[in-house]
Design a protein around this ligand. Structure first.
Ligand code: 0A1
Ligand code: ZN
Length: 881
């Protein structure tokens, strides 16, 4: 490695800051190339710090213009200053003020951290360490201050000026300039600072909290796109009401503003009173957004709003505690979506995401605990483990304690830690107190990386009429953690008889249908059982584990037909398919497999007959095979992605042929009359109709190609149009000429809609065809592509690396070389996005030896580059280790 990656920061080395900052008064004069920032900081020694310590403020690529202490210019001998730090050797022993002037160039800021411009709009991103790119500061979350921000700009360029908190003053200035002053009375860490200046349109709504506070809600978007912000505004209002009803949390300012920008490294950001969003998660119209887009918008609007209490009012002491706000807030947004939509469907989708993203992370070189103990670059820890596994921990806590004690624990947390920067320990202590339970052992979930495997075997003794389930758990070693201890694993379960009846047998150790596995092995005995039942284990996916259950296909298909737990009904079908796919991918063509496939198709058929019309969204999930990445995980080593792909295609085609007449019937289920609506019920019908279409296209059913073309041409919404196009792009049965016609039409129809063009890019880069890489090289020359826009990069390059296993893992290594080239090129502009792309190499060690060697060579080529960013250096080093 040519580039030294940054020094490791360790949790055990945490020390309180030697100084605190109580007030921040900012005066920011916006200019495209020379924005002036004057920060007046009210500083005092921290009673918990070292008296007389030097004061070192963080900076990042800053240029200091002036520095004054208590209003007096500071002698140059009294301080040292570099772009990344400002140190005052002997600051006063009492409170003092420091006035710092810096000048920054927002137009040149391609990292999109700190103050930058997106399509001419000034905006900021300060989490995790972006504030130090605006002014020198104690840029750490346990330094909480109240802020006032005066923003000045040319009125024509930026008629809208927004800051954190409440607006307190505004007015004109000479020379066509104007100003606005914002005051945020709630103490906050610097990562929640934000400002926006630009020419934006808005939609607004008035909201009154349960306690009677009038709040003006507004969403600002590119002028002219206001119509597309109504759904987000509606989702915001529903989120605010839900947080009052379910968690007793009310909003605490007079305004709540959201701004959508086109260039954003992540999804969105919860800045106090001024959320800034990637416009992909705000803008929606029936013509341009799919049902899935609407659902994402709802979930992310809710997520950022919920951070107001879990993240902002109560924040993290240090970045090791990131899951304290993120895991909890994901749990809260998942609960919101479940209440607004179908709980079973939401749960299945959450688990699909968890398995695809978090389980793969946990099984590879980047595995880390939900609360890491060490990091080199905090940006690289906004991971599926911190977010999604973090949310699973909260869900398990709720299952273990029960709803009431969980609610009391949350209330205690809000009461005890309001206005604090706190820790996972403090959070858990609230639940221990509320429930009277000792949570020391449970806390291991935060410390131990890797996905536990739970093996369950069943034994029936007809003489004793006893049924026993034996459980064993183990967690594979992960980087830095060779051995693991048993975890506390809540396992929701029940028994089903072979005719599908639920058996209400009780067992000692089973409470409210939950067995808690605390040791490496344990057993559960059911008495008075007349015949061998079918066990339904890990209902609702009650813990983030891999489950192996000694249940044959007949047992699994009984669950598909009869389990009262919808999640396990779906899971049982997935298990049968996974078994078939792993077998086929290992050695293709197997007679037992054919019988099992027919049995699966029959079970799905009778499921569809009985239930498809009642719950179309769930039926659509039942018809979806496990993704190729899951089969690769299951195989675990010497993976051949082509074999997996072939196996999955073949199984899908067989099932499609077997179900063809039923699929035709599903295509005819009517969507509720009236104009397009993104509600969950209508979306569910569209999902089912569209998966039926796709299966019929794959099965080459008579007349289906014409039906596909007609659906594309006549669709009045993006969901149906894109579904038809997706089938056309991914199905070899569709004639090339039709595929080309539709792709060209789509491009022309949406030429001035960047978010739609992203769908067009992602579709083509996701094709499992040998010419895809060449097509991507050409698409990168398309006028709509820009390496500077993270959404474009994720659509074209990210979708290829993350969602196209056969082409990214091409046997000749060309996919790896391509990604390495792109990461190197991007790193010079936007290290965060480059590092995220590089994580696609996460599964390289699982590949068969030929691919493994090629992936390693590509990674080593990245590692050997001079001047890599800390972000990319950190990922490449851990991936190769
Ligand atoms: N806290 C945000 C995620 C986020 C993190 C870092 C960012 O920097 C570019 C942006 C957003 C959330 O959880 O939504
Ligand atoms: Zn978050």
């Amino acid at each position: 490695m040519r580039t030294e990656s940054p020094r490791a920061i360790r949790l055990e080395e945490y020390r309180p800051s030697d100084y605190l900052i109580d007030r921040v008064d900012l005066d920011i004069s916006l200019d495209a190339h020379a924005t002036k920032v004057r920060a007046m900081l009210a500083i005092r020694p921290n009673p918990e710090g070292t008296p007389g310590a030097p004061l070192t403020l963080d900076g990042d690529e800053l240029a200091l213009e002036a520095l004054a202490l208590n209003g007096e210019t500071l002698a140059e001998t009294a301080y040292t200053c570099q772009p990344d730090r400002l140190t005052i050797a002997n600051p006063p022993r009492d409170a003092f003020s420091l006035t710092i002037e810096t000048v920054i160039d927002p137009t040149a800021n391609t990292k999109l951290m700190g103050l930058y411009r997106s399509n001419g709009v000034y905006c900021t991103q300060c989490e995790a360490e972006g504030f130090r790119r605006i002014t020198y500061f104690l840029d750490r979350p346990d330094v909480m201050a109240v802020y006032t921000t005066r923003i000045e700009a040319a009125r024509e360029e930026a008629p809208i000026l927004l800051g954190n908190g409440n607006p307190v003053a505004a007015g004109d200035l000479p020379g066509g300039r104007h100003f606005a002053v914002w005051d945020d009375p709630h103490p906050k860490p610097s990562y929640l600072f934000a400002l926006v200046g630009g020419d934006l349109g808005s939609v607004t709504r008035d909201f009154v909290t349960k306690g009677g506070r009038a709040v003006r809600l507004a969403i600002y978007v590119e002028s002219g796109k206001q119509e597309r912000a109504h759904y987000a505004l509606d989702a915001l209002e529903r989120s605010m009401r839900w947080d009052e009803d379910v968690f007793g949390r009310e909003y605490d300012l007079d305004v709540f503003n959201i701004v959508a920008v086109s260039d954003f490294n992540m999804g969105a950001m919860e800045n106090k009173g001024l959320n800034i969003f990637n416009d992909k998660y705000v803008l929606a119209s029936p013509e341009t957004a799919t049902d899935a887009d609407y659902a994402h918008i709802e979930a992310i609007i809710a997520h950022e709003y919920f951070h107001n209490w879990t993240g902002n009012r109560i924040t993290c002491r240090d970045w090791f505690q990131l899951c304290l706000k993120e895991g909890l807030t994901v749990f809260r947004d998942q609960e919101f979506s479940s209440d607004e939509r179908s709980r079973a469907v939401e749960r299945i989708n959450a688990v699909r995401t968890l398995r695809a993203r978090q389980f793969t992370e946990d099984a590879g070189p980047l595995a880390h605990p939900v609360r890491p103990r060490e990091y080199r670059e905090i940006n690289n820890f906004y991971t599926a483990t911190v977010y999604e596994k973090g949310a699973e921990i909260i869900r398990m806590l709720k299952i273990l304690l029960g709803d009431d004690a969980f609610a009391c624990g949350m209330d205690l947390y809000f009461a005890r830690h309001d206005n604090e920067a706190t820790t996972v320990e403090a959070f858990l202590a609230c639940f221990a107190r509320a429930s009277g339970q000792d949570l020391t052992h449970f806390a291991l979930w935060y410390e131990q990386a890797g996905t536990p495997r739970v093996v369950v075997s069943s034994h029936y003794d007809s003489d004793k009429r006893q049924y026993r389930l034996d459980f064993a758990q183990s967690t594979p070693s992960t980087p830095g953690q060779p051995t693991k201890d048993p975890l506390v694993i809540p396992i929701a379960l029940g028994l089903v008889d072979h005719d599908g009846g639920a058996l209400d047998h009780r067992a000692e150790g089973l409470s409210d249908g939950v067995f808690v596995l605390r040791h490496s092995s344990d057993s559960l005995i059911f008495r008075d059982v007349d015949a061998r039942p079918v066990p339904s284990v890990l209902r609702g996916f009650s813990a983030p584990v891999r489950l192996s259950l000694d249940l044959d296909d007949t047992g699994l298909l009984t669950l598909v037909r009869h389990d009262s737990d919808a999640f396990n009904r779906w899971q049982a079908g997935q298990n049968v398919a996974t078994r078939l796919l792993t077998r086929a991918a290992r050695d293709e063509g197997d007679a037992a497999g054919e019988t099992a496939t027919q049995a699966l198709a029959e079970a799905l058929g009778s499921f569809l007959d009985a239930q498809a019309a009642q719950d179309p969204a769930f039926a659509a999930l039942m018809l979806t095979l496990p993704p190729e990445s899951e089969i690769a995980q299951e195989i675990g080593k010497d993976v051949d992605p082509d074999a997996i792909h072939r196996a999955r295609e073949a199984l899908r085609d067989t099932i499609a042929r077997a179900l063809a007449p039923r699929l035709e019937a599903l295509r005819a289920i009517p969507v509720a009359a009236g104009p397009y609506s993104p509600d969950a019920a209508s979306a569910g019908v569209r999902a089912l109709r569209n998966i039926a279409l796709d299966l019929l296209v794959k099965a080459d059913a008579a007349g289906i190609i014409e039906a596909l073309a007609a659906q594309y041409d006549n669709a009045d919404n993006m969901t149906d149009r894109l579904a038809a196009l997706t089938s056309a792009v991914h199905s070899p049965t569709v004639p090339d000429a039709l595929r080309q016609r539709l792709l060209t039409d789509f491009r022309n129809r949406f030429d001035d809609e960047p978010l739609v063009i992203d769908k067009w890019f992602a579709l083509q880069s996701g094709r499992a065809e040998p010419d895809t890489l060449a097509a991507i090289a050409e698409l990168m020359q398309d006028t709509a592509f820009s390496i500077n826009n993270p959404n474009r990069v994720r659509a074209l390059i990210g979708a290829f690396a993350m969602n196209n296993p056969t082409q990214f893992h091409r046997a000749d290594g060309a996919g790896y070389d391509f990604l390495a080239d792109q990461v190197i090129a991007l790193d010079a502009r936007n290290p965060q996005v480059a590092a995220r792309l590089l994580t696609a190499f996460n599964s390289w060690r699982m590949m068969e030896p030929g691919r493994r060697a090629k992936a390693q060579a590509a990674l080593e080529r990245v590692a050997s580059r001079d001047g890599l960013s800390g972000d990319v250096a950190d990922i490449v080093q851990r991936t190769l280790d």
